[in-house]
Design a protein around this ligand. Structure first.
Ligand code: NAD
Ligand code: ZN
Length: 348
């Protein structure tokens, strides 16, 4: 394919400023990078946090967001090995790291102090052509539906890694808090495929029916429950062995510390602005609970998460709209109204 000089993108110049759908130059891959013709990109709540400037880490500005981009390799930097034009590739959150620090050596590249982040410190997948570090770009098997696979590239990898972090055994209970959203709807399915019993927490009847259709055994509605801790402990006969917090709610995180089973693990994934975990020291000690942060996943987690998808164990519940409509997706996301994941088609 001939690579055009300009392309459509959504770009913003200030945090919270206008999301402009316009023509911008097609980037040139550096020596270590591939150029991907992004066909579809999932829209993650992280993209909304990045646009709003919610976190104590600056974004580049102006910025093209997006980090769940699935597409086709159209150009290779001069040092790139192991990729060919026409291969299917994914843009994920971690776009590059130093590869030599203690964390990179141990395959914890997302913890590298100089990690380069798609849609945050590096222009991401809300454009038709995006660059990705050849080492970190995700390998997508030939013949894969690119719209369907796109949410795996952040949401799927992240929840799969978070479930591994919870260190559960088959047959144990895991609570997914924020189960009806983008990460949650995949977490319910990965947890089911990994043999765990799922208690899903979110708000509203529609989300309840939705998470049950994905494999949740029990649904607890945080908008209706009068005592959520009591209800969850009762439904799981003593509390879930693990909790995956993917809601954007500070209160929900602190509740999870209370309802988790003794010797269980609370995994922190969602990143509400300025939030703190409130964990009573006495209960945490006497119940011997673990509270762990989990941040995306490494290359092995990526390959494994994609493999679950390729084997048909995970179906991404997506709604596809044009890239030009990104602002309206952010509005729905802010209101907690999205079931599953929105995916943007970069051609519209
Ligand atoms: P989303 O908006 O699609 O889903 C959030 C869900 O939480 C919604 O369904 C909402 O109804 C539900 N919710 C809100 N309040 C709740 C409450 N009190 N109890 C239970 N559920 C509640 O968001 P998403 O794209 O799934 O992202 C979720 C969070 O995870 C964001 O903060 C995002 O930045 C973060 N994230 C973290 C990582 C990581 O590596 N740690 C990776 C990706 C995303
Ligand atoms: Zn994400």
């Amino acid at each position: 394919m001939s690579i055009p000089k300009t392309q459509k993108a959504i770009i913003f110049e200030t945090n919270g400023g206008p999301l402009q759908y316009k023509d911008i130059p097609v980037p040139t891959p550096k020596a270590n990078e591939i150029l991907i013709n992004v066909k579809y990109s999932g829209v993650c709540h992280t993209d909304l946090h990045a646009w709003k400037g919610d976190w104590p880490l600056d974004t580049k500005l102006p910025l093209v967001g997006g980090h769940e981009g699935a597409g086709v390799v159209v150009a290779l930097g001069e040092n790139v090995k192991g990729w060919e034009i026409g291969d299917l590739a994914g843009i994920k959150w971690l776009n590059g790291s130093c590869m030599s620090c203690e964390y990179c050596q141990k395959a914890n590249e997302s913890n590298c102090a100089s990690a380069d982040l798609s849609g945050y410190t590096h222009d991401g997948s809300f454009q038709q052509f995006a660059t990705a570090d050849a080492i970190q770009a995700a390998r997508i098997p030939k013949g894969t539906d690119l719209a369907q696979v796109s949410p795996i590239l952040c949401a799927g990898i992240t929840v799969y890694k978070a479930l591994k972090t919870a260190n559960l055994s088959a047959g144990e209970w895991v609570a997914i808090s924020g189960a009806g959203g983008g990460l949650g709807s995949l977490a319910v399915q990965y947890a089911t495929a990994m043999g765990y019993r799922v208690l899903a927490i979110d708000g509203g009847d529609e989300k309840g029916a939705f998470v049950k259709s994905l494999g949740a055994e029990v649904f607890v509605d945080f908008t209706k429950s009068k005592d959520i801790v009591k209800d969850i402990v009762a439904a799981t006969n003593g509390g879930p062995h693990g909790v995956i917090n993917v809601s954007v709610s500070e209160a929900a995180v602190s509740q999870s510390v209370q309802y988790v089973r003794s010797c269980g693990t609370v995994v922190l994934v969602g990143l509400p602005a300025g939030a703190k975990v409130i964990a009573p020291v006495f209960d945490s000690v006497v119940k011997s609970i673990s509270i762990k942060g989990s941040y995306v996943g490494n290359r092995a987690d990526t390959a494994e998460a994609i493999d679950f998808f390729s084997r048909g164990l995970i179906k991404c519940p997506i709604k596809i709209v044009g890239l030009s409509e990104l602002a309206s997706i952010y509005e729905l996301m802010e209101q907690g109204k999205i079931l599953g994941r929105y995916v943007v088609d970069t051609s519209k």
